[in-house]
Design a protein around this ligand. Structure first.
Ligand code: HEM
Ligand SMILES: [Ca+2]
Ligand SMILES: [Ca+2]
Length: 293
């Protein structure tokens, strides 16, 4: 069982160390709040929040970083490594990489205007990772609503959790290849939005050109939901949340009620952070997040 004061005696300044490092990272690059939040999601959805995504591939080890949803896409590893180095300097061999990531994700959200929540701690780090699991368990931006609901249900998260956690797309950017078919072929899209996105994401070329996931990619607000209601969702999977289905009402609520979004998001993040952690003597406390001890 995870608990917020897990390191109260063994690493009393942990929270401040992580917070301070995240403040610097976000100051250097505001997008880092988004990137670290996504790293945490991609960790928790693959064998639980066990730091598995942080393990680098080597000649003899195939991890998760090159799974399709992650390759040339997830980022921020160097920030987690740097935070972990500071934590090791203060409290050697004590705090897991999985917990560092959980704290950093929370701090990033708060630093860009989002809600805060108490992070339960005591996760331990995996000695393994699974590229196959990452390929099968992480949702695709081309997924429809029922697939999204069932992929989250497989992790113990209900449809409401899925819809509010997707609000993470109030932060950050996506690459053209992941929203091209939406802006060129789909009809449930605001025409002027589609036209303006096509300028930097043509039918061919520009695969890695970035577009913001909402109107304010460096601000944790409810613009994401307002855009969905305006049929300006960037990813196909985003617009699935407001396309005449079961989540329309909730999207509408969040589009005009920031407090409801903020409160529900915080609660759902705690839930996501509890997905099958390694505890007790399972796993290890990794010294360096990129490699097993
Ligand atoms: C509902 C299913 C989801 C799908 C299909 C999905 C898919 C994607 C895709 C395709 C991107 C762009 C990646 C790229 O262009 O390289 C992205 C970005 C992002 N996702 Fe999701 N996502 C989902 C849910 C979530 C959740 C639950 C979170 C966190 C709680 C999250 C956080 C983010 C963030 C913050 C970014 C921007 C990252 C950055 O700019 O570095 N996503 N997502
Ligand atoms: Ca994991
Ligand atoms: Ca935003």
């Amino acid at each position: 069982q995870l608990t917020p004061d897990f390191y109260a005696r063994t690493c009393p300044r942990l929270k401040f160390t992580v917070r301070d490092a995240m403040r610097q990272a976000v100051q250097r690059e505001p997008r880092m709040a988004a990137s670290i939040l996504r790293l945490f999601f991609h960790d928790c959805f693959v064998n639980g929040c066990d730091g598995s995504i942080l393990l680098d591939d080597t000649a003899t080890f195939t991890g998760e970083q090159n799974a399709f949803p992650n390759r040339n896409s997830v980022r921020g590893f160097e920030v987690i490594d740097a935070i972990k180095a500071r934590v090791e300097a203060a409290c050697a061999a004590t705090v897991s990489c999985a917990d560092v990531l959980a704290l950093a994700a929370r701090d990033g959200v708060e630093l860009v205007g989002g809600p805060s929540w108490r992070v339960a701690l005591g996760r331990r780090d995996a000695r393994t990772a699974s590229q196959a699991q990452a390929n099968s368990d992480l949702p695709s931006p081309f997924a429809n609503l029922s697939t999204l609901i069932s992929m989250f249900a497989a992790k113990g998260l209900n449809a409401r959790d899925m819809t509010v956690l997707s609000g993470a797309h109030t932060l950050g950017f996506a690459q053209c290849s992941l929203f091209r078919t939406r802006i060129h072929n789909e009809t449930n899209i605001d025409p002027s939005f589609a036209a303006s996105r096509r300028l930097t994401c043509p039918l061919s070329g520009g695969d890695s050109n970035l577009a913001a996931l909402d109107a304010t990619p460096n601000r944790f607000d409810n613009s994401y939901y307002r855009k969905l209601v305006a049929r300006r969702g960037l990813l196909h999977s985003d617009q699935e949340l407001f396309n005449g289905g079961s989540q329309d009402g909730l999207v509408r609520t969040y589009s005009f009620n920031m407090a409801a979004f903020a409160g529900d998001f915080a609660a759902a993040m705690v839930k996501m952070g509890n997905i099958s952690p390694l505890t007790g003597t399972a796993g290890e406390i990794r010294t360096t997040c990129g490699a097993v001890n």
